[in-house]
Ligand binder design. Structure first.
Ligand code: FES
Length: 75
């Protein structure tokens, strides 16, 4: 059973580095990543052509909505 407050979605987000949605969400949630650059550093997603950066921003907003409900502060 997942301990995460989001679905296991294995759709590819970053085609350059072949990284899926769930891998990115888990990294953001577990490591409290705040910026796209943090996601690039920890997962490699976004480290190529950068065309997935908008999607990564959206994923950051989604995960931080959950984290803020749990009392964590993004800003
Ligand atoms: S698709 Fe993510 S860096 Fe190119």
């Amino acid at each position: 059973m997942s301990t995460y407050p989001f679905e296991e979605n294995h759709d590819t987000v970053c085609y350059c580095m072949n990284v899926d949605n769930f891998t990115i969400k888990k990294a953001i949630y577990d490591l409290k990543l705040k910026e796209v650059d943090d996601v690039v550093r920890e997962t490699k997603a976004g480290g190529g052509c950068m065309s997935c950066h908008m999607t990564i921003e959206t994923i950051l907003d989604e995960v931080w909505a959950d984290l803020e409900k749990e009392g964590f502060k993004r800003y």
